[in-house]
Design a protein around this ligand. Structure first.
Ligand SMILES: Cc1ncc(COP(=O)(O)O)c(C=O)c1O
Length: 309
């Protein structure tokens, strides 16, 4: 949601493109399609709340109206999800993340299976100059060779961490599509390879924003940073980092509360990651107890145990 949202709200708007956002695209897409609609853009899983969208259901409705469907597949990577097989017209990835996987390249890619689109987009790429350097391409190629290994390991690690978080009394809710408790688990089983959940997850910590920030300072293996999809595990607080530019009411309407922590699991040992998360949780919640004005039942207006998805 972060970088693409900035493009839609600021860059596209300046070029006269009207954009409508919706968190529940699968149920109300018809309401959003007008005579001038050209494109439906899906982020599945969504960043940072890990909601899923049924690509086939949306593509079927969009195509009935002659509208193209683009899927941002950055969180899943092409190893876990292949949106073109589910009816999407274009798939985009931040290659910076899983495809490269080593946090040393900034690159993007658009994939499609139409000669017509290839002709149009190749022309635009050349005319606009969106061409990666030879060295970056070489690095991304090196990364892609181990994508399948990294994606499997990141999924195993995120599953272990998500289960540990779900069992913790310090956690209000866990957003991870690999858990049976996820409201869109059925879509994950249909759309993701072997129902895999990927390496990304988010959770709401008890103790509000202060506890979320403290958690990210107290982890020893997870590094506090905004990126994701690399071999090293990262954590961040979306409300004050990746999603700080979105007004609070809009953020909270889609589940991005001040106490949300986003985690990107790398390829380290699962037991080490679990232990790291649990010790940071324990300390963050203890240290911020009594401090939080926006903690559970506080200014955010949610009740303990409320589902964010
Ligand atoms: C789902 C998703 N798509 C796209 C991007 C944009 O990536 P980049 O900044 O590498 O273009 C991000 C960045 O975090 C993302 O999370």
């Amino acid at each position: 949601m972060a970088a693409p949202t900035g493009y839609f709200t600021q860059v596209a708007k300046a070029h006269g493109v009207k954009v409508t956002f919706t968190p529940e695209i699968e149920v109300d897409i018809r309401e959003h399609i007008t005579e001038s609609t050209k494109l439906v853009w899906i982020e599945t899983p969504s960043n940072p709340t890990l909601r899923l969208v049924d690509i086939r259901a949306v593509a079927t409705q969009a195509h009935e109206h002659g509208v193209m469907v683009v899927v941002d597949n950055t969180f899943m990577s092409p190893y876990i999800q292949n949106p073109l097989d589910h009816g999407a017209d274009i798939v985009v990835h931040s290659v910076t993340k899983y495809i490269n996987g080593h946090s040393d390249v900034v690159m993007g890619v658009a994939a499609f299976n139409s000669d017509e689109l290839h002709k149009r987009l190749s022309f635009l790429q050349n005319a606009l100059g969106a061409v990666p350097s030879a060295f970056d391409s070489w690095l991304a190629h090196r990364g892609a060779k181990t994508l399948h290994l990294r994606a499997r390991e990141a999924t195993a690690n995120a599953t272990a961490v998500a289960r540990a978080l779900e069992a913790s009394p310090h956690v209000i809710a866990v957003n991870y599509p690999g858990l049976d408790s996820h409201p869109h688990r059925a879509i994950a089983k249909k759309q993701h390879r072997d129902g895999m959940g990927g390496g990304m997850l988010s959770f709401r910590i008890r103790g509000g924003h202060a506890a979320a920030e403290r958690f990210c300072q107290l982890t020893k293996i997870f590094t506090l940073a905004e990126s994701l999809g690399g071999v090293e595990s990262l954590c961040e607080v979306p409300s004050s980092m990746t999603h700080a530019g979105i007004p609070r009411d809009q953020r909270e309407a889609v589940g991005v509360f001040d106490d949300l922590v986003r985690i990107s699991c790398g390829v380290e040992d699962a037991e080490d990651l679990k232990k790291d998360v649990l010790q940071a949780l324990e300390r963050a919640v203890a240290e911020t107890e009594g401090l939080a004005v926006d903690g559970a039942n506080g200014a955010n207006g949610y009740e303990s145990g409320e589902q964010t998805l």
